[in-house]
Design a protein around this ligand. Structure first.
Ligand code: ADP
Length: 395
């Protein structure tokens, strides 16, 4: 049996999925949460809906990988570790260095660690997990798949901030974007679904999950994207502000008695967005439920969320001077027909409206009306499969 694992390490989590290749059948998946905190949680799903949940302290990512392998063996998810012939690691920041996925070598791990400057919470954890996997599976093909690679095609006009140019030259201060694997997968899939040439289309992809980003994909290349130097920029998200005027930072720090700027940035990342505006939750389902129950701030949070997406769509129609397709994906994009309808019908002047019957779905579908000037699609993302495919491609 040939198994490929997709691994996604966050600052305090480790998600994994095991595929039997080349069939791409999911044979197991799970996650470790609260790494570095008390009562960490290990969860595993395998076989015919069998589930394992273990609560114990897991102080490091290294230990998380050890426990993962222990349980894969204990529950006979894999017969022998040699069956795992491929591992794909999702990496948040690839900077300008990684324009494509890369085979994991000691040099690549060191570079991922060094790029930690751009993603301090993620890259060091990812580097640690890669090291741990390499030790355990020395024979497997191991690849790093970067969230930023798809956006390395952005032209300077769109990746440069209007700052002194030396800051780019000296420090590589620029827009990098994120969610590249997802934007790449769903835009390509949309072209396939429409039977059109991916390389001669203008597509706007809306990845709306807890983190959210919008990308303009022209002729198969990302030409602009809403996240920035880090994932903090762009549209309103679960707990992130999206775009704000940075002059608010010193103003608020003074008012709040905060002296450490990273504490302020933490508020923008973790306490803002839907959660901050509504005071209810970062979860869109809770926001919609609270709004429907008459909560005014939840209503406002919802409206701001929709409005920021509409503004980015408008921008990207300008950036590409047109649009052939708009794609919705990720937790909110795939599951919330209401969000899709409100976003598109609110900008009907651009030429499309939602067909409410077609839109009543969570699956791949064209959801715009027949007479629309561009097509709107729902395309569930599958970053894990895309990662496994990248590993196969590099074998
Ligand atoms: P992450 O960025 O953590 O991977 P997901 O892509 O899983 O996030 O998206 C999580 C978001 O999707 C949450 O805000 C959740 O409320 C939202 N979501 C999931 N199902 C629905 C639904 N039926 N309607 C509205 N929002 C939904």
């Amino acid at each position: 049996m040939s198994i490929t694992m997709a691994v996604n390490a966050g600052s305090s989590s480790l998600k994994f999925q095991l595929f039997e290749m080349p069939q791409e059948t999911v044979i197991a998946k799970g996650l470790v949460e609260r790494i570095g905190l008390n009562d960490s949680i290990f969860q595993l799903e395998y076989g015919n809906d069998q589930e394992v949940k273990v609560v114990e302290d897991i102080p490091t990512h290294d230990r998380a990988v050890e426990i993962l392998f222990h349980h894969l063996e204990e529950y006979k998810v894999v017969e022998q570790f040699d069956d795992i012939t491929g591992v794909g690691h999702r990496v948040v920041a690839g900077g300008e260095l990684f324009k494509e996925s890369a085979l994991v070598t000691d040099e690549v791990i060191a570079a991922v660690d060094e790029l930690g400057e751009f993603a301090p919470l993620h890259n060091p954890a990812e580097a640690a997990v890669m090291r741990a996997f390499k030790e355990r599976l020395p024979k497997a093909t191991m690849a790093a798949i970067f969230d930023t690679s798809f956006h390395t095609t952005l032209p300077a006009v769109n990746y440069l901030y209007s700052l002194p140019y030396e800051y780019y030259e000296d420090f590589k201060a620029r827009k990098y974007g994120a969610h590249g694997t997802s934007h790449s997968y769903v835009s390509r899939r949309a072209a396939e679904m429409l039977g059109r040439d991916y390389h001669s289309m203008k597509i706007i992809t809306c990845h709306l999950g807890n983190g959210a980003s919008i990308t303009a994909v022209e002729n198969g290349k990302s030409v602009d994207t809403s996240m920035g130097f880090t994932p903090l920029a762009g549209v309103t998200m679960g707990t992130r502000t999206g775009d704000i005027d940075v002059s608010l930072m010193p103003f608020l720090m003074k008012k709040l008695g905060i002296t450490d700027v990273s504490e302020m940035v933490n508020i923008l990342n973790k306490k803002s967005g839907l959660a901050g505006i509504s005071g209810v939750s970062s979860d869109m389902r809770d926001i919609i439920a609270a709004r429907d129950a008459g909560n005014e701030r939840a209503k406002l949070a919802y409206e701001i969320f929709v409005s920021r997406i509409q503004k980015y769509i408008g921008q990207y129609i300008a950036v590409m001077n047109g649009v052939d397709a708009i794609v919705f994906t990720a937790g909110i994009g795939e599951n919330s027909s209401v969000v899709r309808e409100d976003v598109i019908n609110g900008i009907s002047a651009f030429g499309a409206t939602i067909d409410s019957e077609r839109n009543n779905t969570r699956k791949e579908a064209i959801i715009s009306t027949e007479d629309s000037r561009y097509v709107v699609l729902n395309v569930p993302t599958n970053e894990e499969v895309e990662i496994a495919r990248e590993v196969e491609r590099l074998k």
